[in-house]
Design a protein around this ligand. Structure first.
Ligand SMILES: Nc1ncnc2c1ncn2[C@@H]1O[C@H](COP(=O)(O)OP(=O)(O)OP(=O)(O)O)[C@@H](O)[C@H]1O
Length: 440
């Protein structure tokens, strides 16, 4: 297994928040109450049409205004969202940076549409994967690339592998070098975006969905697609491995039990979905506060989802939150709630740095260097011993040639001390290499 550390410069960055309002659907007969201005501002109108001018100036209106990094109206396609706020992050992944993109919003607000999309309007997952492979194809260096893909879902607080036909329950484990990992999760080596899309479709067909009041095919689970891009540098540092990770997350929607008209399993699903989303919302709150007021406890451990997203929320990741909202007047409270969290998420800071590691083969390289140094040390020892014995013979037998002998002795003594110094240096280098070897 390659050992991955993340040395080098850390850069602090804030979470990028984009808001996307979908068009009204055929089932929604209400009024569109969302307005997007200048690609940044979102205005939610009061759903109650009876409010008049006086109400407005006396601040009795429920109209709300927010400003985000990016805002997209119903006329915008997934490609528009991708081009404006995602594409530059994807190129970082190929350079060894981590990125997390997650869609947040209430049931039926358009999260799955944004992440997965349709044939005519491919979603952010599809567009990102195409870019990863395009960038690899265009790369002019002699570097070797390896792309791996895993796809999981968190359903009722249990993790399942979406790439396995019959997946058992998977557990989370904390790895000292890689952070949170899902033990036993299948990671498939892929050579093209089409292959990942095939896996994505397969995984999506296994995802738990239900028909709810708010959405005919509502996702009941949180899905995480993770793409790892390993780059082995060929020319400059042959033993160096750069690893970028892209996590694409489609969260389940939340709804109140009363809105689903359901009991039993559906009610339990809803409770668990809300538990994870509540934990996520609490983490976003705490992280937002942390930036404003200093240290605050962040309850990552309250759900599997928040443990999985921990890196994306505060660790080594360039993170983008796409808040999906419905423009329907009947969804006013959900829309405002989503926008409030999105607004808080703007405060969250993450710290990105390149994942540069070395590969195991370098240990055998060090071993080879140590072996050759040991041979060198032996040769020098032998040479020194020979010279010492020659010196003792000559000093007893040739007392007469004292002058010549003296100068020769001087030369020899210089040579000997040079040899000893060389030995010391070699020993030092050997110890250092052995130490580096032990550390790796
Ligand atoms: N930009 C869009 N253009 C056209 N239709 C959209 C758009 N966004 C969403 N929709 C439609 O709205 C409906 C709900 O969208 P979607 O399933 O993506 O919601 P969701 O937030 O993932 O819901 P859930 O949380 O219940 O899974 C779908 O019928 C979808 O086709």
């Amino acid at each position: 297994m390659p050992s991955i550390k993340a040395p080098g410069m850390k850069k602090t960055t804030t979470l990028t928040v984009a808001v996307k309002s979908r068009p009204l659907t055929e089932r929604e007969l209400g009024r569109n109450i969302v307005r997007v201005h200048d690609g940044k501002e979102v205005l939610v109108l009061d759903p109650d049409l009876t409010k008049d001018y006086l109400d407005r100036i006396q601040n009795r209106t429920k109209e709300k205004k927010y400003c985000f990094d990016h805002a997209f109206g119903p006329e915008c396609s997934n490609l528009d969202v991708y081009n404006r706020c995602i594409s530059s992050t994807i190129s970082g992944v190929v350079q060894g940076l981590n990125a997390t993109i997650f869609a947040y919003g209430s049931t039926g607000s358009g999260k799955t549409y944004t992440m997965v999309g349709t044939q005519d309007d491919p979603g952010l997952m599809v567009l990102s994967l195409h870019t990863v492979f395009e960038l690899i194809k265009k790369d002019s260096s002699s570097d070797e690339f390896e792309v791996n893909c895993s796809y999981l879902e968190v359903y009722n607080e249990v993790i399942y592998d979406l790439l396995e036909k019959t997946s058992g329950h998977l557990e989370l484990r904390e790895d000292p070098t890689q952070g949170i990992v899902v033990a036993g999760l299948r990671s498939i080596k892929v050579r093209s975006a089409d292959k990942i899309l095939e896996l994505l479709n397969l995984g999506n067909s296994r995802r738990k969905t239900e028909s709810t009041e708010a959405n005919a095919t509502s996702s009941r689970s949180h899905a995480v697609l993770e793409i790892t891009v390993k780059r082995k540098q060929k020319s400059k540092y042959p033993n160096q491995l750069i690893r970028g990770k892209l996590a694409l997350v489609d969260l389940a929607g939340s709804e109140r039990a009363s809105e689903t008209n359901s009991g039993g399993q559906k009610l339990r699903d809803g409770a668990n979905i809300n538990r994870s989303l509540l934990a996520l919302a609490n983490c976003i709150n705490a992280l937002g506060k942390q930036q404003k007021k200093g240290l605050a406890y962040v309850p990552y451990r309250n759900s599997k989802l928040t443990r999985i997203l921990k890196d994306g929320l505060s660790g080594n990741s360039q993170t983008i939150m796409v808040a999906a909202i419905s423009p329907a007047d009947g969804q006013y409270h959900h829309t405002v709630n989503t926008l409030k969290y999105a607004n808080r998420a703007k405060e969250i800071k993450t710290h990105i740095q390149k994942n540069i590691g070395t590969i195991d083969t370098h240990v055998s390289d060090y071993q080879r260097m140590i072996d050759s140094l040991q041979v060198e040390v032996c040769r020098l020892k032998k040479e020194l011993a020979e010279k010492e014995s020659q010196l003792s013979v000559r000093t007893t037998d040739k007392a007469a040639a004292a002058d010549d002998e003296l100068s020769w002795l001087n030369v020899l003594s210089c040579e000997t001390s040079e040899n000893v110094q060389e030995r010391i240096n070699l020993q030092k280098a050997l110890f250092e290499l052995e130490e580096t070897n032990v550390r790796n």
